[in-house]
Design a protein around this ligand. Sequence first.
Ligand SMILES: [Zn+2]
Length: 67
Amino acid sequence: MVYWIHIARAIDRVTLHRDRCSEVPSSISGSDFWEGGWFDYPDKERALAAMEQAGTTEERKCALCKP
Ligand SMILES: [Zn+2]
């Protein structure tokens, strides 16, 4: 199981997704941890740690895939 986090700096929010969520783009390009974008992690613990490191005000879990 791969977990994805979506960092949206513009709206100060990070969202956790599961693998194959329909919201995860099929091709990821130009993601930069400090600029924002999509990042994949091999387990939930690492994804959650990355969410904390993102430093955004809001931390969400996707309502669609319920990670
Ligand atoms: Zn999702």
